[in-house]
Design a protein around this ligand. Structure first.
Ligand code: AMP
Ligand code: MN
Ligand code: MN
Ligand code: MN
Length: 277
C-alpha cells in the first residue's frame, strides 16, 4: 500500500481532461488513498461522486479551488472538507461562474480583435466542453490556431497581465473566499504560494494575511517547488501556526511532471491539514 495523499487536481468540469470517475481510477492506480478534486470555482465533480463515495477505492475529500484577489494578484484558495450540499457555497460558486462567463465574453472579443480568431464561441465551447471556462481553454485555442507553440507561450505572449489579450479579473477578496469555505464547514488552504510572481517579502505578507483571515494551511508540496523555497514556506507556515498540504495540481495525462499522486510527501516538521478530516 502506498497510501499517498493528493489534495489538488482538476477534471473536465474545469480545465482538466479526465472525468471524475477517471480521476478516481487513475489516482487509485497511482497509490493515492486520500484524494480531493479541486476544480476552479466548481464542485460538480464532487457532487457527481458524493452519493457513492463509500464505494470508491479511496477516501474522497470534498474540494474546490476558488479564484480570489489579494492586492491586485489572482490568488487561488483551496477549500477542503466542506459540506458539498451547502446552499450558500453553491450560490457563491454560481456567482464565481457568472464572473468567469463575463470574463470569457471579454476574452473572446480580445482574441477575435487582436488575433483574428473566427467562430470563437463554437471553438471554445468544444475545448471547454461547456463547463467552468478557464484561461487555459483560451491558451489551448491560441495554440490550436497556431498563434503560439505551447500553453506557456500562449500565456506569456498574449494572456498574461499587460499582454494584448489580458483582461482584468474581478474576483472576490481572498478573505471573502475563506469566509465562504468556512460557511460550508470547510478549511482554507493557500494554493501554490510560490507561483504568484511575488517577492519573498510579499509572499510573507500574503501568507500572514491569509492566516489572519482564518486560513488553516498552505501547500508546501507541489510540482516545480524547489527545496529551498519549500524550506522557506515551511518556516513562514510555522511562524503563523499553519498546517501543510500537498497537491499535484494534475490537469492532463500528458503532464507527466504533475501526475496524480506524484508529489513529495509532507516533510516531518510540518503537520498535515488532513490530520482532523
Ligand atoms: P483562470 O483561473 O481561468 O484564470 O485560469 C488559470 C489557469 O490557467 C491555471 O489554473 C493554470 O491551469 C493555467 N495557467 C495559468 N498560467 C499559466 C501558464 N503560465 N502556463 C500554463 N498554464 C497556466
Ligand atoms: Mn487550472
Ligand atoms: Mn491554481
Ligand atoms: Mn489547480
Amino acid at each position: 500500500m502506498l497510501n499517498k495523499t493528493d489534495l489538488h487536481c482538476h477534471t473536465l468540469y474545469s480545465d482538466g481532461s479526465l472525468s471524475p470517475q477517471q480521476i478516481v481510477e487513475r489516482a487509485a492506480q497511482n497509490g493515492v488513498s486520500s484524494l480531493a478534486i479541486t476544480d476552479h470555482d466548481c464542485i460538480q465533480a464532487v457532487l457527481d461522486l458524493w452519493p457513492n463515495r463509500d464505494k470508491l477505492p479511496l477516501t474522497l475529500i470534498s474540494g474546490v479551488e476558488i479564484s480570489s484577489s489579494w492586492e491586485g494578484k489572482d490568488i487561488h484558495v483551496i477549500g477542503l472538507n466542506f459540506e458539498p450540499y451547502d446552499q450558500s457555497l453553491q450560490d457563491f460558486l454560481k456567482q464565481q461562474q457568472q464572473l468567469r462567463f463575463e470574463r470569457a465574453q471579454e476574452l473572446m472579443q480580445k482574441l477575435t480583435d487582436k488575433l483574428g480568431i473566427l467562430d470563437i464561441e463554437q471553438k471554445l465551447q468544444k475545448i471547454s466542453q461547456g463547463y467552468s471556462i478557464c484561461r487555459s481553454h483560451f491558451a489551448a485555442l491560441i495554440v490550436e490556431e497556431g498563434k503560439a507553440s505551447d500553453f506557456g507561450k500562449a500565456f506569456s505572449k498574449f494572456l498574461a497581465k499587460g499582454k494584448s489579450c489580458s483582461v482584468k479579473s474581478h474576483w472576490v477578496s481572498t478573505e471573502e473566499a475563506i469566509y465562504h469555505i468556512h460557511q460550508a464547514g470547510g478549511v482554507a488552504v493557500l494554493a501554490h504560494p510560490s507561483r504568484y510572481q511575488l517577492s519573498n517579502s510579499r509572499t510573507f505578507e500574503l501568507i500572514k494575511s491569509f492566516s489572519f483571515a482564518g486560513g488553516k494551511a498552505i501547500e508546501v508540496c507541489y510540482s516545480s517547488l524547489k527545496s529551498q523555497d519549500q524550506r522557506r514556506l515551511i518556516r513562514i507556515a510555522k511562524e503563523f501556526s499553519l498546517l501543510g498540504s500537498v497537491g499535484s495540481d494534475f490537469h492532463h495525462p500528458y503532464q507527466t511532471w504533475a501526475n496524480l499522486g506524484q508529489v513529495a510527501p509532507l516533510p516531518a516538521d510540518i503537520l498535515p491539514i488532513w490530520q482532523n478530516f
